[in-house]
Ligand binder design. Structure first.
Ligand code: FE
Length: 182
């Protein structure tokens, strides 16, 4: 075998390896960006499996009430696409309530600019409004947050928010409904 045949083969192998590594990096970036806020998963965190809530309904009832997209996020713990929701850049004054049961969850006064495509708040409207569970999906340990009345999945809370709490509640727009201040 002479060098003219060996070198192109080796070059092709190196090219192939580079392409594979490039694809893996690109996939990792896309995956981590998507999972960074809320996490795309159809599996409820283990801590949510047997929780009881004041409002409980069957899967079929929730499907009928919520519709397909909202059901996927709120009951199957999915995530809306970044920048696709109604409230990521919404600045009106009022209250954000649970889209499934109407419970008051967040005030616009605690909402801050995110630029990541999902609405962010530094605290819930009161201590009773939002529940938490441990979410170990995607090899990460995150704190899932849900409506304390119906258990509807909202998003996650992270310890890298602004003062005064230092918390970042990263929430799916589709889990919320806005009620303007009167
Ligand atoms: Fe709710």
């Amino acid at each position: 075998m002479n060098t003219r045949t060996v070198e192109p083969t080796r070059f092709a192998a190196i090219q192939g390896a580079s392409w594979t590594i490039g694809s893996l990096i690109l996939f990792s970036v896309v995956f981590l960006t998507a999972a960074g806020c809320s996490g795309e998963t159809d599996a409820k965190p283990a801590g949510m499996q047997d929780k009881k809530f004041p409002v409980m309904k069957s899967a079929q009832e929730w499907k009928e009430i919520l519709g397909e997209d909202r059901y996927r996020v709120m009951r199957l713990h999915g995530t809306e696409r970044a920048f696709s929701g109604e409230y990521h850049d919404y600045k009106k004054k009022g209250i954000y309530v649970c889209a499934a049961c109407g419970k008051e969850l967040f005030s616009s006064s605690t909402k801050y600019d995110s630029g990541t495509g999902w609405p962010r708040f530094y605290e819930p409207i009161d201590d009773e409004s939002v529940g938490e569970s441990r979410d170990e999906s995607y090899g990460m340990v995150r704190t899932e947050v849900h409506c304390a009345r119906c258990g509807g999945h909202l998003g996650h809370v992270f310890p890298d928010g602004p003062e005064p709490t230092g918390l970042r509640y990263c929430i799916n727009s589709i889990s919320l409904m806005f009620e303007p201040a009167r």
